[in-house]
Design a protein around this ligand. Structure first.
Ligand SMILES: Cc1ncc(COP(=O)(O)O)c(C=O)c1O
Length: 409
């Protein structure tokens, strides 16, 4: 069991905002001292560039940067550190995958998505499909947001060898359903297609073993897992990653070039990291990974499950609250209050020092499934407590038109 009161002491945000109840962890998370110290250490004690300097400090920081890559590889059980590319976040990683695969696609190929995907895992595929005259098709979901395996099979049967890519979130950011990626990977690979997984909402909350899951490409963001903003990860099985076309070109990513335009790129993963990378971010993310690993990803997942169950049970006692995803296990609760616009509910909760997110959460085509495009979302992390949930549920009991209008006058 986690000692959350002790854990909270690691976070300056909790020291500064003692009464804040932060339930917007799917958007971003707080950073512990260990991560902030790693950033400060770089800026205060070792603020030099990597791979370019002929002096000791540059060599040391280059080694630290590569050690950070190794830490991330171990965290997701990649086979080797060369399978890890540092990016600016999940969005960047997904764009690098989509545009990087573009040359391998042909007219008529099919890319399978679903309605619950975040814009970052839809829009780049739309553009690639438009440019290559490919077709986007959608796998149907259950009301809980689960990819039905028989529906996936039906789509794979329907399009056969035309299906080249299946891309989906391991955990959706609105309904929080955790897909059965192992089974999905087996089905997708049976059809020789590639499985791209958006891990933005899964990697921070549970153990990820890319080998066990047999994922081809994985994208995630540092800031959603106690790490800095502006750093993320693109994982790819080495041979697949090596075949990906880089999206950006520049210093650090080439071995040599000449006036005829002949370019020899660096080897993978460096050929994907053109320009000065986010060195501080990579070191900060490695510190975040160490911090999370010390707590234990299984402990984090267990604890969040228990909190989510508690939150759902308490909210279900309120007649004015509709929950859209009571059965999903991740720490995300999507809800609305009777007759109250989601954004007004969010503003009301703010008057009670409670931070939630309201809107369509960048999943703009999900309303086909849940019948509304606006929800409030309370999303948990391991530093939340049952006391946070009690305060949140008490405030939810007050969500009605009258109270919500009154905050504007
Ligand atoms: C499921 C999912 N994918 C991708 C993203 C994009 O992450 P980022 O904004 O860190 O690039 C998010 C962000 O909320 C997300 O929830």
């Amino acid at each position: 069991m986690l000692d959350v009161n002790e854990i909270k002491k690691d976070f300056p945000m909790f020291r500064k905002h003692q009464n804040m109840i932060y339930l917007d962890n799917s958007a971003t998370t707080f950073k512990p001292d260990a991560v902030i110290s790693a950033l400060n250490r770089y800026y205060e004690e070792a603020s030099v560039n990597i791979e370019r300097g002929d002096y000791l400090l540059s060599h040391e920081v280059s080694n630290d940067y590569e050690d950070a890559r190794l830490s991330i590889a171990k965290f997701i059980n990649a086979k080797r550190k060369e399978e890890i590319v540092f990016t600016s976040g999940a969005t960047d990683s997904l764009n690098m995958i989509a545009y990087g695969l573009m040359d391998q696609l042909q007219e008529g190929d099919v890319i399978l998505l679903n309605y619950a995907e975040h814009a970052s895992n839809i829009l780049c595929w739309f553009d690639v499909a438009r440019k290559k005259k490919c077709q986007i098709a959608y796998i149907e979901l259950t009301m809980d947001g689960e990819v039905c395996l028989d529906k996936l099979k039906a789509k794979l049967d329907e399009y056969g060898s035309r299906v080249k890519i299946v891309s989906m979130a391991y955990v959706s950011n609105v309904l929080g359903f955790k897909q059965d990626i192992t089974k999905i990977a087996a089905m997708v690979h049976e059809y020789q297609a590639l499985l791209v997984v958006d891990g933005a909402q899964s990697v921070p909350h549970m153990k990820t073993d890319v080998q066990l899951l047999d994922i081809d490409f994985l994208a995630f963001s540092g800031h959603k897992m106690c790490g800095p903003t502006g750093i993320g990860v693109l994982y790819g099985k080495f041979d697949l990653l090596d075949r990906l076309k880089p999206l950006r070109y520049g210093g650090g990513a080439n071995a040599r070039f000449d006036i005829e335009g002949n370019v020899l790129l660096q080897t993978t993963p460096h050929k994907f990291e053109a320009g000065t990378p986010n060195i501080a971010g990579a070191l900060g993310l490695a510190a975040a990974v160490r911090y999370l690993s010390d707590i234990g990803m299984d402990n984090i997942e267990e604890y969040e499950k228990e909190l989510k169950k508690y939150m759902v049970e308490k909210l279900q006692e309120l007649p004015n609250i509709k929950i859209y995803n009571p059965h999903t296990t991740s720490g995300i609760v999507a809800f609305n209050a009777d007759g109250v616009f989601a954004q007004d509910a969010g503003s009301y909760l703010n008057t009670r020092n409670i931070c939630v997110r309201s809107g369509n959460h960048c999943a703009k085509i999900l309303h086909n499934l849940i019948g509304t495009d606006q929800t409030c979302r309370a999303s948990l992390y391991f530093y939340n407590t049952k006391a946070d949930i009690d305060a949140f549920v008490n405030a939810c009991a007050e969500l009605n038109i009258e109270n919500c209008i009154n905050i504007f006058f």
